[in-house]
Design a protein around this ligand. Structure first.
Ligand SMILES: Cc1ncc(COP(=O)(O)O)c(C=O)c1O
Length: 374
């Protein structure tokens, strides 16, 4: 059987939790969503949680609640899953892309400083593969200029800088519960914020811009339907109590895999700065420029090891070649990482044996590309 990049596993308690929701007949956003929100907010140490249908809609909701739209500019890290930029373009705002750090893959604060213009209303920093962005530098930089910092925390539940967990940096943080994430509801997302007013606005916008008094809703402003269902929330809720252990297990596996990969020439893992706690939503390496990453993916698959590219350089994708996208520089690092990063299997169900298989398969795949092998 092949070793998968991610492999969500559920016990009988998940089926029981879903069964309980089905028995109530309440299949949309209801008490279980509220419980799930409370549990995630408590886990991260945030005041408010607003569940949504995905991280993408969580980002859109945040931008809408901040009244970001046509004429406003949002600066975002270029090296990310394109949902980050799509959310900005769907709001009709201008997307300005900025480059990232070659070791952490996260937004480069110096490049960001140079990218900001008088029209910049918000910045989206991405916690790439779960590693928290450099919030120690970003928060003061943007606070001094009155620019909102939005954290694309799609991958970073369980991450921290020191003892401060993600979900508490910037004005708001947007999480994903997609099946490749460490905690999944199938599809789902959540915004965490400590801002009371923003939270209220997001709750209203999530549900058609409506407010309810007793049995009647009043439609206060044009909104969305970004409600999560109680069925999805039930699936998420059962995973919260064990989630800190899941993160710990992923961190242990990641450090074991790093030791094994340390023996292989041409492979450098994403760097975790001191004091940052990486939850390893994905374990990603940069491979030597002399190697062909795409051929490595194919060669690993032939050895029953699933792998894929790290993530995308948004500026290089056709959707982002338009007038409402501007580039702050040449995006050299992001382009390089998009070509040279490789995501390897890492999930809490893996054994030491699986790690050895992954490392051996990568070593063989690399050797098969060396000039002497051809
Ligand atoms: C950095 C980042 N942002 C946003 C998203 C979108 O998440 P979702 O699928 O929940 O909309 C992803 C998904 O992989 C992601 O990796």
């Amino acid at each position: 059987m092949s070793i998968r990049l991610a492999d969500p596993q559920f016990g009988p308690e998940a089926l029981e939790a879903i069964g309980r929701v089905l028995a109530t007949g309440n299949l949309t956003q209801g008490p279980v969503v509220a419980e799930f929100e409370t549990a995630i907010a408590a886990f991260a140490g945030a005041t408010h949680a607003i569940a949504t249908t995905s991280a993408t809609t969580a980002l859109e909701l945040t931008l809408a609640a901040l009244e970001i739209g046509p004429g406003d500019e949002v600066v975002a890290a270029d090296f990310t899953y394109p949902a980050t930029g799509n959310a900005v373009l769907q709001r009709g705002a201008t997307l300005r892309l900025t480059d990232v750090d070659p070791e952490t893959y996260c937004i480069d604060p110096l490049a960001l400083e140079a990218a900001i213009t008088p029209s910049t209303k918000a910045v989206i920093a991405v916690d790439v593969f779960g590693l928290p962005a450099n919030y120690g530098a970003l928060e003061p930089l943007l606070a001094d200029r009155g620019i909102a910092l939005i954290c694309d925390a799609a991958c970073s539940l369980g991450a921290a800088i020191g003892d401060q967990r993600t979900g508490t940096f910037g004005i708001a943080s947007c999480f994903s519960f997609h099946p490749r994430k460490s905690l999944t509801t199938g599809e789902g997302g959540m915004v965490l914020t400590n801002d009371d007013e923003l939270a209220g606005r997001m709750r209203r916008l999530r549900n058609h811009g409506s407010e309810r008094q007793q049995w009647r809703a009043t439609f206060v402003e044009p909104g969305f339907n970004y409600r999560l269902s109680d069925i999805n929330a039930a699936l998420g809720l059962v995973q919260v109590p064990g989630f800190a252990d899941v993160v710990k297990r992923r961190q242990e596996l990641a450090s074991q895999l790093s030791v094994l990969l340390g023996e292989i020439e041409g492979v450098v893992a994403q760097v975790t700065p001191d004091g940052h706690h990486h939850p390893y939503q994905a374990y990603v390496v940069t491979i030597d420029p002399s190697l062909d990453r795409d051929r490595l993916v194919m060669a690993l698959r032939e050895r029953d090891v699933e792998s894929t590219l790290g993530t995308y350089a948004m500026h290089a994708e056709p959707a982002f070649q338009r007038a409402t996208v501007t580039l702050a520089g040449a995006m050299t690092t992001s382009a390089d990482l998009a070509a040279r990063t490789l995501a390897l299997p890492l999930h809490q169900g893996m054994s030491q044996n699986d790690l050895t298989t992954v490392a051996a398969a990568l070593s063989q795949a690399i050797r098969s590309q060396s000039p002497s092998a051809s």
